[in-house]
Each structure stands twice: as structure tokens, then as C-alpha cells.
Design a protein. Sequence first.
Length: 391
Amino acid sequence: MEEAIAVRPTCAHVDLGALEANFRAIHRYLDERASVTRVAPPSVIAVVKANAYGHGARRVALALQDAGARVLACADIEEGVALREAGVEVPILVFGALSVSDLDGLFSHALTPTLSTPAAAKAVEAAAVRHRRRVKCQLKIDTGMHRLGFRHDNLARTIPSILSSPHLAIEAVYTHFATADDVDDAFLDVQRARFEAALVDLQALGLSAAARHAANSAALLRDERTWYEFVRPGLLLYGIAPPGLDDRLALQPVMTLRSRVVAVKGIRTGDGVGYGLRFVASSPREIGVVPAGYADGLDTRLANRSAVLVKGRRAPVVGSVCMDMLMVDVTGLGVSPGDEVVIIGTQGAEAIDVRDMASAVGTIPYELLCRVGARIERVYDQETPTAGTDR
Ligand SMILES: *Cc1c(COP(=O)(O)O)cnc(C)c1O
């Protein structure tokens, strides 16, 4: 155990023990469901892009590697290089398009590129020729999201030049679902059927023995037919199940966003609070000032709409969220400067769930986690035990 020293009152506590527990819970879920349907459970590609969804990619990646993760995935080469520099030794898949990237990092840091457009394939091949290397890559198929990937229905035109390259070795083929977290939307089935057809086409074109994957967190919970040899959870690792699918496995939120009250003042009936005086007291109130604002990534739409926890109770956010501060109504709670504030997480019997906060401001939990700002120190308060890992 090691308690880092937080310099500022506002900090993000990242529970690596919870991260590891979630990683194991996902494996348990996959193992149990696979044994029911008598198929081999898929392996997990642990997604740590975007600074591990705001949790701190280096520490999260090492904790997952210690917990037994066999493959990690990130968004671009720069993220992959940072993971290698942190000491990650397992394969690292780069999801992003690589047509206009500096590709040397793929070779110097042993990253696995995704070929997701003809231009990216050409660029990676040219770089492989330059480095005189045969590079292991993964091939992305666009089955309907229309973001990255080779179109599923004209692979005979686009893929032969890749397959014939002596410098490119396709180790896996994957796709990504556009509507996996909308449990009532049947487009996932359309995409899955297109993916299967594309796999048949690829085999006919001479690609054999490539692994397959498709499922993000929502898809892996929703439909086992999306599993193939690998699944690619991100959100689940951080302890958040997509709404509507959260009864399938028990997870622990990894991040707690905490601060402290730095000032308390009484205001009178009719007094306004903050920029624009967007909150006006209808009775005498006590206002607590919390040193966290939109520069720390807090959403300005939390104004008058959300709450924080103080003394185990919900204290509504009153008035606008400022750049460096927000104000909360702590009337009757007996609050003084120094008292702990929980912005995301639990305090006593109360909890602020990042999913509820996201729906209160009209966004998704991914966005709120990723936006926890660079000014907020990540404090890792539980080291992962290194013994007794089984995967
Ligand atoms: C981000 C991402 C994932 C993980 O998504 P979650 O919804 O967080 O599980 C999987 N695959 C790709 C291609 C991604 O970009």
C-alpha cells in the first residue's frame, strides 16, 4: 500500500484493487457464460485509450498487466509509446487511423497497428519496407458504423494488395458496433451478419487463421455471438456497466472524485450566487465553496442540476459552475472548511453515480470520466497484489 500525497484539495482517487476486481469479474462472466454454451471463453483486450478513460493510463495499464491482461488497446501511436515507456510488455493494439501519423513508433515500440483505410495500409506498408520488417497488423472492417474500416461489401477490391504484401501479416480481423448500448436496436445483428459474411469473403481471398473480435462492453454483455476469440471492454473495467445491461455482473467504480469545502458563508433571502446570479435564495441559506470547476473538467451544465456529497448528504450545486470553483447549498449540514466533498463516488450511505450525473447533464459517462482534467491529481490508493493472478 502506498498513499501518494495529493497537493490540491480536489483529486481523483483511483482504486486499482477495484480495477483488478472488475477485470476478474469480466473473466468470470465470460467463463461462466461460455461454459453454459460450451464454447471457449474469449480473451480480453483491455482498452486503456484516452488516459485509461481519465484514470491514468500508465498505472492502470500496469495494474491490468499485473492482473494478467494479455493485450491492451489504445487510440494512437503516441498513447502506445507512453504505455511502453511505462513498462507495458504485452501486445498493444492501436485502434486509430494511421494514414497521417509518424509511424516509426510502431517499430521502435513494438505496437500493433490497425489497417483501417487503404491510405493507412499503404502508409504502414511503406514504413515496414523502410524498417525492413514484416509487421503484425489487424484489419478493421466497416460493417455499418461508417467511421473507420474497409467496407464490408467490396473486400475483393481492397484487400488483395494487403494480403499479397510480404511486409504485412494480418493476425486479426475486427469490427465495431454503432448501437451496442441501445439494447432495443437490432442494427447490431445486421452488423454481426455483415461481419460474418466479410470473414467468409476474406477466407476466400486467402486470409486464414486470423483471430476475430467485435464486442465492446455493451456488446459483450448483450450477445455472446459477438464474442469470437477476443472481446474489447473499456467501460466495464472502470466499473461502469452500460445502463440496461447492469444486472449481468457486479462491478466496482474505480474512480472517486473528491474535494474539500474551502469556505462557508451565510446568505439572505433574495441573495444571488455566482456568475449571472443563476441561483437566488428563497430563504436564508449556507453556501459551501468547493475548489473544482470547469477547468477541472466539471460540466457547466451541472449548475442548479446536480449535487455533491458533504457529511454524507446531498448538497445541490447552486449557481453556475465557475472555472475553478463551484458552490453548493449546505444549509443545516453543519459544514466547515476542510470537510470532505465527494463529487463522484460514495460517502456514507449516499452515492453519486457517474451515469446519473451524465444523464442529468445530457451526456454519457465516458465523456465525464475522460474530461476529469489534467489539473486533478490521480491518487492511487490501492496497489494491486502481484501474487495469485490466474490469467
Ligand atoms: C473504445 C473502444 C472500445 C471499448 O468500448 P467500451 O464501450 O468502453 O467497452 C472497443 N473497441 C473500440 C474500437 C473502441 O474504440
